[in-house]
Design a protein around this ligand. Structure first.
Ligand SMILES: Nc1ncnc2c1ncn2[C@@H]1O[C@H](COP(=O)(O)OP(=O)(O)OP(=O)(O)O)[C@@H](O)[C@H]1O
Length: 652
C-alpha cells in the first residue's frame, strides 16, 4: 500500500525554496481580502474608512476639530485634518527612515497600541494606512507640523523618493492624505459619491466635537457636491433624521451619554438614542470608537440587556404582569436604536471590524444605560406607558404567531391533504396496506367493490400519465396526475423522495391486459424508476396480473392471462362437462367485482409481479428504460409483455 503511494516519479521540488516569506507590503497586494475583506466596491470604500478613521481618532483624542474629505475628478480622494500631524522624525528602530515612512510602509506600525497617544481609538492594528498605501497606485502624504510642511510620495506601497520638506507651515498643523486606488486590485470599481457622503455624515453625528466638510468634483445627480456636517445634538439628532418624521411612541428619544471614567473609573464612554415606532421595522446602528459595527457585538448586547431589564422592572412597578413576557426580539421589532461607544483597546472581529468582541463592553454599556433608562421611564410616564403597551402587544403577537405555527404543523401532520379521487383504506398502520393504481374510472368502480376496505386503497389515473422521461423536471412537478399520485403515496419526487413517508406497503399498478394497459404500466414504471428509485429497490412496487380470458365449463372456472394459455386449457379441458365458455375481458372495467377480486386483488388468490431492477446491470436498466420510452411504442409493449410472462415464475 505504501509503495502504491510512491508512484509519483517527478523530481521532488518541494523544499525550503518553496517556502516564501512575503516582504514589506507584498502580502497585502497578494491577499487584499485578508486586510480589507475583498476587492469589491465595499472593500474599495473601506480604504476611505481607514484614512478617515485616523483623522477621527485625532479628533476624538481632542487634537483635531476639522476634517475635510474631497473626491477628485480622477476618482482619487483627499482626507485632511487639523490634528497633531503624523510624526515624521527619524524612527529610532529603522535607521534612515522617518516615522512617516515606517507608518506607511510597515504593517503593524502605529501609535495606538499602548494607549499613550490615543485613549480610545478606532485604529488599533497599525495596518490601516499601510494597507491603503499598498493598494493605491499613487499616494501622497503631506504633514504640517513643527512649522514645517513635508511630503512623501508612494506607489503601490513603495516610496517614490525620500521625505521632502516642501515649505513652511508657521500657523497650521495636520495631515493630508491623497490616494488613488489601484485598478489592478479593484478593477472597474470606483468611489460612489452617495456612499461616501452617507458614511462621512454619520461620522460627524458620532462625535459632536468635529466638523466634517465634504467636497466632490463628481456630480452623480443626487449627492450634494459640497456640504458641512456638524451635529452638536449627536445621536439624538441622528436618530430623528433617520426616522424622518415617522410617528414614535415618545416625542423625544431616550438618549444619553455616560463617561466610563466618571462612572467606573476606566477610559471611554457610551452614547445612545432609541425610540419606538409602529410604522417601520426596527434597526440598530452601532459603532465603537466611530467605527461602524454592522454585526453588532458586546456593546449592542449590553445595550439591549439594559433596556430589556429596565422595561420589565417598569412593568412590575406599574403592575403590568404581561411585561414579564417581553423579549429582546420584541424590543427590536419597532425599536430604532443608535449605540456608539468609545473604549480602550477594543477587540474587533477581523480587520474590517464588523463586530465588537470586547467582553468588558457588555457590562460597561449595560450598567451605564440601565440607570438612565429607569430614570427616563419614571420621569416621562406618558411615553413609558405607550412604549410598554406597544411592547406587550409585540410579545402577545409573537406568542400568537408561534402558537399558530405549531397548530398549523399539527394539523398538517394529522390531516394530510389527499387527492379527492383517492379511495383510501381504513387501516391507520402502513403494514400490509396496498395502493392500487388503476386505469380509468370504470375500473375503479368494480375495484372499489372488489377491494378489502381495510387494507386496499385505490387511485384511478385518468388518461395516460405524462411521459416523464421526456418531460422537463419542472413539468413533472406541475403535472396534476403526478401530484395526486405523490400526495396519495405521501412522498415527494426525486431528491425529496423519502421511503419512510410512504403511506402504503405495496404500490400496485393495475392496468388492462392489453396494449394500452401495458403502455400505461410501462410509463408508470419508468416514472418510479427515475423519480422514486428506492421504491423499487426496497421492493414496494408491483404489477397486478389481471386475466385476459375467463374459461367456464359447468361449475369449473379458470382465468388465463393470454391466448397461448387459453389454447392449452381449451385442448385439455377444465375437468367439467360440456362446452367450454370463453369470455375475453376487454378491460378491467368489464370484469365484475367478483372476478376482479378473485383473479387480481384478493391476497389469497391473486398473482402479483414484483418490479425489480437487475442489480448486475443497473446501467443497462437505465438504458433500457430510456430506449423503451423513446419513439417506438411497440418496443415498450414488448418489454412489459415479456417481463410479465417471465415474471410469472416469480409469483408472489
Ligand atoms: N491623521 C493622522 N494624524 C496623526 N497620526 C496619524 C494619522 N494617521 C495615522 N497616524 C499614525 O499612524 C499610525 C498608523 O496608522 P494606521 O492607520 O496604519 O494604523 P492604526 O490606525 O494604528 O490601526 P488600524 O490598522 O486599526 O487602522 C497610527 O497609529 C497613528 O499613530
Amino acid at each position: 500500500m505504501a509503495d502504491d503511494l510512491l508512484t509519483d516519479t517527478a523530481p521532488d521540488t518541494y523544499d525550503a525554496s518553496s517556502i516564501e516569506v512575503l516582504e514589506g507590503l507584498e502580502p497585502v497586494r497578494k491577499r487584499p481580502g485578508m486586510y480589507i475583506g475583498g476587492t469589491d466596491e465595499r472593500a474599495l470604500h473601506h480604504l476611505v474608512a481607514e484614512i478617515l478613521d485616523n483623522s477621527m481618532d485625532e479628533a476624538v483624542a481632542g487634537h483635531a476639530t476639522r476634517i475635510e474629505v474631497e473626491l477628485h475628478e480622477d476618482y482619487s480622494l483627499t482626507v485632511r485634518d487639523n490634528g497633531r500631524g503624523m510624526p515624521f522624525d527619524p524612527h529610532p528602530k529603522f535607521p534612515g527612515k522617518s516615522a512617516l515612512e515606517v507608518i506607511l510602509c510597515t504593517l503593524h506600525a502605529g501609535g495606538k497600541f499602548s494607549g499613550k497617544s490615543y485613549e480610545t481609538s478606532g485604529g488599533l492594528h497599525g495596518v490601516g494606512a499601510s494597507v491603503v498605501n499598498a493598494l493605491s497606485d499613487s499616494m501622497v502624504v503631506q504633514v504640517a507640523r513643527d512649522r514645517k510642511l513635508v511630503e512623501q510620495r508612494f506607489s503601490r506601497g513603495v516610496p517614490q523618493g525620500p521625505l521632502q520638506e516642501i515649505g513652511a507651515a508657521p500657523n497650521r498643523r495636520g495631515t493630508t492624505t491623497t490616494f488613488h486606488p489601484d485598478e489592478e486590485i479593484f478593477g472597474h470599481h470606483k468611489f460612489k459619491p452617495a456612499r461616501l457622503f452617507k458614511s462621512i455624515r454619520s461620522k460627524a453625528y458620532l462625535f459632536s466635537g468635529v466638523e466634517i466638510r465634504w467636497k466632490s468634483a463628481i456630480d452623480d445627480g443626487e449627492t450634494p457636491q459640497e456640504a458641512t456636517f456638524h451635529f452638536p445634538g449627536g445621536l439624538a439628532d441622528y436618530l430623528k433624521e433617520s426616522l424622518s418624521g415617522a410617528m414614535t411612541y415618545s416625542e423625544a428619544p431616550f438618549a444619553g451619554r455616560v463617561s466610563f471614567q466618571e462612572r467606573f473609573g476606566v477610559p471611554g464612554r457610551v452614547e445612545w438614542a432609541i425610540n419606538w415606532t409602529p410604522v417601520r421595522d426596527g434597526f440598530v446602528q452601532s459603532y465603537c470608537n466611530t467605527v461602524p459595527t454592522p454585526e453588532g457585538g458586546t456593546h449592542v448586547a449590553g445595550f439591549w440587556a439594559a433596556v430589556l431589564k429596565g422595561i420589565k422592572a417598569y412593568g412590575e412597578l406599574v403592575n403590568n404582569r404581561k411585561a414579564a413576557q417581553i423579549t429582546r426580539e420584541d424590543l427590536m421589532a419597532g425599536g430604532c436604536a443608535l449605540v456608539s461607544c468609545f473604549i480602550r483597546e477594543p477587540e474587533f472581529v477581523g480587520q474590517t471590524k464588523d463586530r465588537l468582541a470586547t467582553v468588558e463592553a457588555h457590562r460597561l454599556v449595560e450598567n451605564a444605560v440601565r440607570d438612565h433608562f429607569d430614570n427616563w421611564l419614571a420621569a416621562d410616564t406618558k411615553s413609558a406607558g405607550a412604549i410598554l403597551d406597544f411592547l406587550v402587544l409585540r410579545a402577545e403577537e409573537r406568542q400568537r404567531r408561534r402558537q399558530e405555527k405549531e397548530t398549523q404543523r399539527k394539523t398538517a401532520t394529522k390531516k394530510l391533504r389527499l387527492p379527492g379521487k383517492l379511495t383510501d383504506c381504513s387501516a391507520t398502520n402502513r403494514d400490509g396496506t396496498e395502493l392500487f393504481l388503476v386505469e380509468g374510472d370504470s375500473a375503479g368502480g368494480s375495484a372499489k367493490m372488489a377491494r378489502d376496505r381495510k387494507t386496499q386503497a385505490l387511485l384511478p389515473l385518468r388518461g395516460k400519465i405524462l411521459n416523464v422521461l421526456g418531460a422537463a423536471s419542472n413539468k413533472i412537478g406541475t403535472n396534476q396526475e403526478i401530484n395526486d399520485l405523490c400526495q396519495a403515496m405521501g412522498v415527494g419526487l426525486g431528491t425529496k423522495f423519502n421511503i419512510d413517508d410512504l403511506r402504503y406497503d405495496k404500490i400496485i399498478i393495475m392496468t388492462d391486459a392489453d396494449v394500452d394497459g401495458a403502455h400505461i404500466a410501462s410509463l408508470l414504471m419508468t416514472f418510479f424508476f427515475s423519480q422514486m428509485r428506492p421504491l423499487i429497490d426496497k421492493g414496494h412496487l408491483y404489477l397486478a396480473c389481471p386475466p385476459l380470458f375467463r374459461l367456464t365449463q359447468g361449475a369449473h372456472r379458470v382465468y388465463v392471462q393470454d391466448e397461448a394459455e387459453r389454447d392449452v386449457w381449451l385442448e385439455k379441458g377444465l375437468g367439467g362437462k360440456g362446452k367450454i365458455e370463453v369470455s375475453r375481458f376487454k378491460g378491467l372495467g368489464e370484469m365484475d367485482a367478483k372476478d376482479l377480486k378473485e383473479t387480481t386483488m384478493d391476497v389469497k388468490t391473486r398473482k402479483l409481479i414484483r418490479v425489480t431492477v437487475d442489480e448486475e446491470a443497473p446501467g443497462e436498466t437505465g438504458d433500457l428504460v430510456e430506449r423503451l420510452m423513446g419513439k417506438k411504442p411497440e418496443l415498450r409493449f414488448q418489454y412489459i409483455q415479456e417481463n410479465a410472462r417471465f415474471a410469472e415464475g416469480l409469483d408472489l
